[in-house]
Design a binder for this molecule. Structure first.
Ligand code: ADP
Ligand code: MG
Length: 698
């Protein structure tokens, strides 16, 4: 799966197929952009001997010596032939700028199919088609038709939108933001986002990978690859657009609640990718991660010369899940000696509006050096005596001395302009809005967490795969895609505790089953056509054993009257369990990332409460525990106000086991265990609904 993209990202010889001397033509814009390449550059065009003094070659086969990368800008039909020629002469890397493929109707789609075949026949790395090209500032190559090139820097950028590429290039120049690599992915016919992650991670000049994506080509490969890459290099993604799950029939709660956005969220969380909500966050995060050191913890020191700014920053620290640092005693003492008595010496430190840079500098030094401070946000409002430029230099010095992350919010406009340049030089994030400055720090703490995560793989658990295969096989051969309680054995085979019970075909049989189960039992209608049993009066809780036969008979008759023609297969007789906490555990399949596990507060109100969380299966033990803890209602499970909590270990293990079931059997399209009853000493599944497709399982 991993490809060698060295020749694409660091070429020493490049050819431009379709180079043109004519002003305004794409082939000429490309020629101009590529002509500054310091390596060997070969324009190709059969109609010209030379272009602007550069020798031109008639076709690919006529090129002297080896070529690392061919950039193709000729029309689509001819482009395909050229790509094949590249394959034949041993050029391994192609950037196909040309449009007119999958994005352009059925004819284009079959052309793209052909392109994929040619690429695999010759083992080509093809970027595009229908893309803006790529820039490698390290190689000195601008193989795009963008009007502006990129400044060198440490951000590797990937984009699925060519237009966004040109916008970013132009804007980034103004912001003096630099790139190591800049890649327009286009249609992703051959190379997709995942292929670029390992080479970017291996590149010492790349500090952060930033991507604008509208979809992910291969969700499984992305998760596996990104999980490795983030150990050394942070990845920030802006995911735009809602991918349609297609016309899949959803019948479970999980299926209803699990949209593609939940799947992306869960997938990014699983592999430690940082998600940006908008363009501003994308580049704010990129900047912080590229230029700032990582904090050791989440404790923030706040420095200000104005109360209001300090309050806003303090709010943001709370909101972003960071902590306001509690200073060391020594720091508080030194601050008290340094500052006027009206100043606040506790976090946030307010040096007051009459402070000049020197007072601010000394206080900042104390805060930055405090062992309980992991990072600092430095704020200032304009005052008659503060010079922002001078203050910026003081801040930069303080950072250089301590090596702790720092972000600035000088709440200034024109007065702060000179300071901006100083801070940019030092790589210190600077924003008017204190909350935005705090977010610039939060992303660092977030990535620090990702890096120090345990990353354990899923456990090997003893399960009975054969039994599940048999039960699913039977459902498929009997053409019964919808299964309910009669399939509880599927859960049991994976070690998930289930309530005792059995299907009874007749009222007499129900009475016999009930006799084994205790004084009182629960009766539930069994019908593939009724999925929410309580809604139709199909669940009777606490029926005395002596009344089971008559009650079962009445239950079936009522439902037959109500649903004439419905297939009523009998009654499920189940042991009566005491009241407990009801949680829902489910699985739906996402078209990109596969089995998505849902966990939340369950029972009949699950879709109203929507207190559910998602994770991509299979889950490790730690991930299962984390999923359980991530819902809002978790304190209820842990126990509140003197009420006992539930058996959290058993609960997490059931989540883990269900995730293994989902990962092992693609034939299970969706599944709900609602509720799983939870008690202080155990958890028990009392209801099941699942949908089976014909796909093969393990
Ligand atoms: P459905 O979801 O189709 O309506 P369930 O089997 O989930 O049917 O039952 C509905 C509710 O009845 C559950 O949420 C639970 O509160 C209660 N219940 C179901 N089975 C039992 C049982 N064995 N013991 C005690 N209460 C139960
Ligand atoms: Mg239920």
């Amino acid at each position: 799966m991993e490809r060698d993209l060295t020749g694409l990202l660091f070429p020493s010889s490049v050819a431009l197929i379709g180079a043109s001397p004519k002003q305004g033509k794409l082939g000429h814009v490309m020629f101009k952009n590529m002509s500054t390449f310091p390596g060997r550059f070969y324009p190709v065009n059969p109609n010209h001997q030379e272009i602007e003094g550069v020798k031109c070659y008639p076709h690919v086969a006529a090129l002297p010596g080896p070529v690392d990368l061919a950039v193709v800008v000729i029309p689509p039909a001819a482009a395909l032939k050229v790509v094949e020629e590249c394959g034949r002469v041993g050029i391994r890397n192609v950037v196909l700028i040309t449009a007119g493929f999958k994005e352009a109707g059925p004819e284009g789609a079959s052309r793209e199919q052909r392109l994929v075949e040619i690429s695999s026949k010759y083992g080509l790395n093809v970027l595009g088609p229908n893309c803006l090209g790529l820039i490698s500032t390290e190689a000195g190559l601008n193989a795009t038709f963008a009007p502006q090139g990129a400044l060198p820097g440490s951000i590797a950028f990937l984009s699925q939108s060519g237009a966004f590429c040109t916008s970013v290039l132009d804007w980034a120049r103004k912001e003096r933001l630099g790139f190591s690599h800049f890649v327009s992915l286009g249609n992703k016919a051959v190379l997709n986002e995942t292929h670029f992650l390992p080479p970017f991670a291996a590149d010492p000049d790349t500090k952060v990978i930033v991507a604008y994506l509208e979809g992910i080509a291969d969700g499984g490969a992305f998760i596996r690859t990104a999980r490795e890459v983030v150990k050394s290099t942070p990845i920030v993604v802006l995911k735009a657009g809602r991918t349609e799950a297609g016309a899949r029939a959803v019948s479970s709660h999980t299926g209803t609640l699990a949209g593609s956005d939940q799947a992306y969220e869960a997938a990014f969380h699983k592999c430690g990718v940082i998600r940006a909500r908008n363009v501003e966050e994308l580049f704010d995060y990129a900047y912080s991660l590229a230029r700032q050191p990582l904090p050791r913890g989440r404790r923030v020191g706040v420095m200000t010369n104005a109360g209001g700014a300090g309050v806003m920053a303090t709010d943001a620290v709370e909101e972003e899940g960071l902590e306001l640092a509690r200073f060391d005693e020594g720091t508080a003492k030194s601050l008290a000696e340094l500052l006027p008595s009206a100043a606040n010496i506790y976090n946030p430190v307010d040096v007051l509006g009459d402070a000049h840079v020197d007072r601010y500098r000394q206080a900042l030094k104390l805060v930055m050096e405090d062992p309980n401070v992991d990072m600092v946000v430095s704020l200032s409002a304009p005052t008659p005596i503060i010079s922002f430029a001078e203050l910026a230099r003081a801040v930069a010095e303080a950072q250089a001395r301590t090596g702790k992350p720092l972000a600035v919010s000088f709440m200034a406009g024109e007065l702060g302009e000179e300071a901006e340049g100083v801070l940019r030089q030092a790589g210190i994030p600077s924003h008017f809005d204190p909350a935005r400055a705090v977010r610039a720090l939060r992303v660092l703490a977030h990535y620090h967490r990702v890096r120090t995560r345990a990353w354990e793989p899923p456990r090997e658990l003893p399960v009975d795969r054969g039994r599940v295969r048999e039960l699913l096989g039977r459902a498929v051969s009997q053409d019964r895609p919808r299964l309910g309680l009669e399939a509880m054995d599927i859960l049991a085979a994976y070690g998930i505790p289930v309530a005792r019970g059995a299907v009874a075909r007749t009222p007499e049989e129900a009475a016999r089953v009930a006799a084994e189960l205790g004084e009182r039992v629960v009766l539930k209608v069994v019908s593939p056509e009724i999925s929410h049993k309580s809604d139709v009066g199909g669940v009777l809780v606490g029926v005395p054993v002596g009344e089971v036969e008559g009650t079962a008979w009445r239950l079936l008759r009522q439902l037959r009257d109500r649903f004439p023609g419905a297939l009523l297969e009998g009654v499920y007789v189940q042991e009566l369990l005491p009241p407990g906490r009801e949680v829902i555990l489910g699985m739906a399949r996402d078209p990109t990332f596969g089995p998505l596990i849902m966990f939340g507060l369950g029972g009949i109100h699950v879709e109203v409460l929507r207190d559910v969380a998602f994770a991509v299966a299979p889950l490790s033990q730690a991930e299962a525990g984390e999923l359980v803890r991530s819902i809002r209602g978790y304190p209820i499970l842990r126990g509140v106000r003197g009420e006992p909590g539930v058996d959290l270990d058993s609960l997490a293990e059931v989540v883990e086991r269900l995730s293994h079931l989902a990962a092992d059997f693609p034939a299970i399209a969706e599944l709900d265990v609602n509720p799983l009853l939870c008690y202080p000493d155990r958890v028990v599944a009392v209801d099941l609904r699942l949908t089976v497709t014909g796909e093969e399982g393990s």
